[in-house]
Design a protein around this ligand. Structure first.
Ligand code: HEC
Length: 120
């Protein structure tokens, strides 16, 4: 009888011990590495970084690295002359001595035009 009580006691100790020491199963930190969503698209705001990239790749050879002009005219105040839709049109169809920039996607043309339209 005494032995039974004793083993019950130990059993209780074990149970209590297990409970007391518990709580570390929540510690596993699985850092869900969610992919950083590319925010350069979608939001309506002018994306200057993307626009400058498009400009450097497609326009700067003629219009200058700082919009200052070269073979083509300076674009530093182009926004006071054209709105972005008109600039898209120039990019897509060319103008006078400027050949149509058909390598520029519609999206990139819109991006760079929105940006240039702010140059006033
Ligand atoms: C091959 C050289 C060349 C490239 C590349 C070029 N342009 Fe031009 N661009 C010109 C020339 C030359 C003119 C002047 C056309 C004219 O009026 O006869 C011009 C004119 C313009 C005008 C009108 C300027 C004004 O005052 O009327 C805009 C806007 C313009 N370009 C934007 C762009 C953009 C944006 C890009 C890049 C996507 C680009 N161009 C790429 C040569 C170029």
């Amino acid at each position: 009888m005494k032995k039974l009580l004793l083993s019950l006691f130990f059993a209780m100790l074990l149970v209590l011990g297990a409970c007391g020491g518990g709580g570390d199963e929540g510690a596993s930190d699985d850092n869900t590495s969610e992919e950083q969503t590319d925010q350069s698209s979608q939001d309506g705001a002018t994306d200057t970084t993307a626009a400058e990239g498009v400009y450097q790749n497609n326009c700067s050879s003629c219009h200058g690295g700082e919009l200052g002009g070269g073979f083509g005219p300076a674009l530093t105040e182009i926004g006071s002359k054209y709105d972005s839709a008109q600039i898209v049109d120039i990019i897509k169809n060319g103008k006078g001595q400027m050949p149509a920039q058909s390598q520029v996607s519609d999206e990139d043309a819109q991006t760079v035009a929105d940006w240039l339209a702010t140059m006033e």
